[in-house]
Structures are given as structure tokens and as C-alpha cells.
Ligand binder design. Structure first.
Ligand SMILES: Cc1cc2nc3c(=O)[nH]c(=O)nc-3n(C[C@H](O)[C@H](O)[C@H](O)COP(=O)(O)O)c2cc1C
Length: 254
């Protein structure tokens, strides 16, 4: 066909589209297992970082062998040995009406709408003694659902680490939840007050000498009151009755 033929132009364009779409879909399909593996590795890295167990000299998989994953029934706080933590996907379960429950307006302080019935927790033991409990948490900030982990000491009351691995808050404002200096304030803070209520909060302004009960308070993020409030809310939810409170109470009772 001559080069200025309309049919040839259309045919070449169609052929080019077809070749490109085959290349793109082959790449997407063949890279999916690699993406899944990288995602799983990234999650392990985050758990290790929050547990303070990241080491330069060993691989992430090797360091993660010291961490025991268990699935917990959030309602009763009991371990579910019948569920393999390697195959349980809490985020997927939260979308499945058969594996989650819809939260009422009053219950949904973290603005997540549904909560999976089960959750994966990560434990670090020294001999038989429970040293660290790492809990998955998530909730809405200003622009996005923020996903992270909180690490508690074996007393199920003292925070030993806290951080997010996925969010879309504004860098420099809400995105300061990733600032190492802000995150460094969390270890040593306490979760529950004497009456057993969740007392930990991100306050407005900075924690100072005059701040009442500073053991429960962390500096607010300047110019990001809404993200800060989101962090307080998700902690209230996940450490409360609808979250890990029944489980943590069981741990405290031994
Ligand atoms: C472009 C833009 C991005 C913003 N991103 C955030 C954010 O990520 N988190 C947040 O809490 N506030 C963010 N804000 C500010 C909020 O709109 C709101 O003003 C602020 O949370 C109030 O906090 P302040 O009382 O500390 O000033 C953003 C504002 C603008 C204009």
C-alpha cells in the first residue's frame, strides 16, 4: 500500500497499539509476583524497624525469623491457631462482609467503616518472656488512610515504637508523621490510664513542663492538626474495645 493510504495509516496505528498493549500487559503480569514479594519484604522491613530489630549484617528475611506472627480474634482477644498468618490478609478481610463487621458511627473513630474480625500480631520473645508486641493499625488522616504499626513492651502498656508505612498526607505537613524526630517521642509513652481507658494522644502544640500527664502525650504536628487528630483517633480505635484491647488485657493477665 502507498504511504499516504488512509487504510495503511489506520492499520499501522492499530498494529502499534496491539504490540504496545501486549508488551505492557506481559510486563504487568510477569512482574506481579516480584511486586508482591517486594511488598511482603517492605512490610517485614517496617515491622523490624518499629521493633528496633533492623540489622545491617543480616537479611530482612533472616532478621524476621526472630518474630512470631499470630492471628488474633479481635472480639475475644484469643489466638486463632487454625488461621495461618502467612495466608491471612487483614486488608482483604476488612472488605469481605463475611470476615469483617461494619462499624457504627459511634464506634468508627478511625473512619475505616469496616473492621476485619481477625488481625495479625507480631511477637518478639526473649526465651519465653514476651518482649515486644507489634500491632497493625490504620485510620484516616486528612487525605488518606494511614497504615502503620505500633510496638508495645511486654507489659502491653508502654509504647516502644510507632510509625506508618503507607499514607498520602502532604509532605512537610501531615507527612511529618514520618519525621524520625517526631517518631522518637513515642517510645516510653503509655497507652492506658488508671481506669483502663486509652489516654495516649497527639496534643495540639508541644509537650512541655506544664503539660498535665505528659506520659500520655506527643507533640502535635505544626500546620497539620487534622492528620494529628487522625493519629489520635486511630490509636483510640485500635487500642480500644473494638481493636486490640481485649487481646492486650489477656496479655496483661498473663
Ligand atoms: C495544600 C495543603 C495541604 C495540606 N495538607 C495537610 C495535611 O496533610 N494534614 C493536615 O492536617 N493539614 C493539612 N493542611 C492544612 C489543613 O487544611 C488545616 O488547615 C490544618 O490541618 C489546620 O492545622 P493547624 O491548626 O495546625 O494550622 C493542608 C493545607 C493545604 C492548603
Amino acid at each position: 500500500m502507498p504511504n499516504d493510504s488512509r487504510t495503511k495509516t489506520v492499520l499501522v496505528a492499530l498494529l502499534l497499539c496491539l504490540v504496545c498493549s501486549v508488551v505492557v500487559s506481559t510486563a504487568a503480569v510477569s512482574l506481579r509476583p516480584l511486586q508482591e514479594a517486594n511488598k511482603a519484604l517492605d512490610k517485614k522491613r517496617n515491622i523490624l524497624q518499629i521493633a528496633g530489630m533492623m540489622r545491617e549484617d543480616v537479611s530482612i528475611d533472616e532478621a524476621f525469623e526472630l518474630i512470631e506472627a499470630r492471628v488474633v480474634d479481635l472480639k475475644t482477644g484469643e489466638y486463632l491457631d487454625s488461621v495461618d498468618p502467612a495466608n491471612y490478609d487483614q486488608r482483604k478481610a476488612a472488605k469481605d462482609p463475611a470476615a469483617s463487621r461494619a462499624l457504627s458511627k459511634d464506634e468508627d473513630v478511625a473512619s475505616i467503616r469496616r473492621r476485619a474480625d481477625q488481625a495479625t500480631v507480631y511477637l518478639v520473645r526473649d526465651q519465653e518472656e514476651l518482649k515486644t508486641i507489634i500491632l497493625p493499625i490504620h485510620g484516616y488522616g486528612l487525605w488518606s488512610t494511614m497504615y502503620g504499626f505500633i510496638a508495645l513492651e511486654g507489659d502491653a502498656q508502654t509504647i516502644s515504637g510507632f510509625g506508618f508505612y503507607e499514607h498520602a498526607e502532604t509532605p512537610g505537613l501531615g507527612g511529618e508523621i514520618d519525621n524520625p524526630q517526631w517518631k522518637a517521642q513515642w517510645p516510653g509513652k503509655l497507652v492506658y490510664d488508671d481506669s483502663g481507658d486509652v489516654a495516649i494522644e497527639v496534643m495540639k502544640g508541644a509537650v512541655g513542663e506544664a503539660t498535665p500527664q505528659p506520659q500520655f502525650k506527643v507533640d502535635g504536628l505544626a500546620g497539620a492538626t487534622l492528620t494529628s487528630r487522625g493519629v489520635t483517633n486511630l490509636l483510640r480505635f485500635w487500642l480500644g474495645e473494638q481493636g486490640f484491647k481485649p487481646y492486650l488485657e489477656r496479655i496483661r493477665q498473663g
